[in-house]
Design a protein around this ligand. Structure first.
Ligand code: SF4
Length: 324
């Protein structure tokens, strides 16, 4: 499969301004030298605790926020170098599904107008074509045409997220970032929305970055998985490889936190203790060393690099570096 996105050395450091003196008093290191590849027609799951930089990465890939440095190549072209006028085509091809369907739909607009808005933004005026596309999309998301004359508040959370998804895909994008799209929904509805996204991916040949803190959902939907910790990718692998042959202690701890039906009490498990450190003041060396049960001297002084175990598996940990 060809690369749709190639992300190289991406950094996002937000400056913190001193309210009294006006100068910069520090930085929030949200993304640090992130390298990532997203292949065409695959779902890449991005997992990590809250505060690990997942949403910032999704927003940088869509060029909704401008990173401090690095490259985001879309089909080989760096979209970060493009002018606003040159980005129009990219904006149509790359869309975002928000976490909260209660906030992402304008409560004063009828569903028809919400779905028509992207056409207006992109200068598409053919009413017949617009109506035909809206009708097709409504049936694709499992709803009926009569919803078009109603307002968002008349729908449940799951129905609203279906409508928000319809809005994101109405211009037939190639790529979608789904940022925690089910975490605001009732557990009983989550599987329906995840299955809808899988169906849409197949039907529309979509490539997707699916962001979640929930490994069981990530396992269900993803082809490949990237694990993030404190603004860095610490492990990247195919789903099978990550679940059966993970190498990073943080991945191990995340997997151990997922409840299973048969717990083997004899096997010693590493569990995550304490909170993720502040991205304003990240630890020196390996960023995970303050919580890693395998940490040794080198870990607090030196910074490990992401190394290839094989073509489909990369890990950032000295334990793995020592094995290669
Ligand atoms: Fe743990 Fe050291 Fe590996 Fe970091 S480099 S994950 S601290 S063993």
């Amino acid at each position: 499969m060809t690369n749709l996105f190639e992300i190289n050395k991406l950094n996002m450091h937000y400056s913190i301004t001193d309210n009294f003196l006006g100068g910069i008093k520090g930085y929030i290191y949200a993304l640090n030298d992130v390298d990532l590849i997203i292949k065409e027609n695959e779902i890449l799951g991005l997992v990590g605790e809250s505060g690990s930089g997942k949403s910032t990465l999704g927003n940088c890939i869509l060029n909704l926020i401008t990173p401090t440095s690095g490259e985001v190549l879309f089909k080989g072209e760096n979209i970060l170098n493009k002018k606003k006028s040159e980005l129009k085509d990219f904006r149509r091809k790359a869309q975002l599904i928000f976490q909260n369907p209660y906030m992402s739909l304008n409560p004063r607009m009828k569903i028809y107008d919400i779905l028509k808005e992207p056409f207006i933004i992109h200068g598409i005026k053919d009413k017949k074509e617009i109506d035909k596309t809206i009708n097709n999309i409504i049936s694709l998301i499992g709803m009926k045409n009569e919803v078009l004359t109603r307002y968002p508040h008349e729908f449940s959370g799951g129905q609203r997220q279906r409508i928000a998804i319809a809005r994101a895909i109405i211009l037939n994008p190639e790529f979608v970032v789904a940022d925690e799209p089910v975490s605001a929904l009732d557990v009983s509805i989550q599987a329906q929305i995840v299955n809808l996204l899988i169906d849409l991916k197949k039907h529309l040949n979509l490539t997707m970055l699916f962001i979640s803190h929930d490994l069981s959902i990530i396992k269900y939907i993803s082809d490949k998985i990237a694990v993030m910790y404190l603004g860095e990718i610490v492990e990247y692998a195919s789903k099978e490889e990550l679940f059966n042959n993970h190498k990073h202690p943080y991945t191990e701890a995340l997997l151990n936190a997922v409840p299973t039906i048969s717990e083997d009490k004899k096997t010693k498990k590493i569990l995550l203790e304490g909170d993720i450190p502040s991205p304003q003041n990240p630890p020196e060396g390996c960023k995970f060393h303050t919580r890693c049960p395998y940490a040794f001297d080198k870990c607090s002084k030196n910074h490990p690099q992401l190394v290839n175990i094989n073509d489909n598996h990369k890990v950032k940990c000295f334990l793995v570096e020592n094995l290669i």
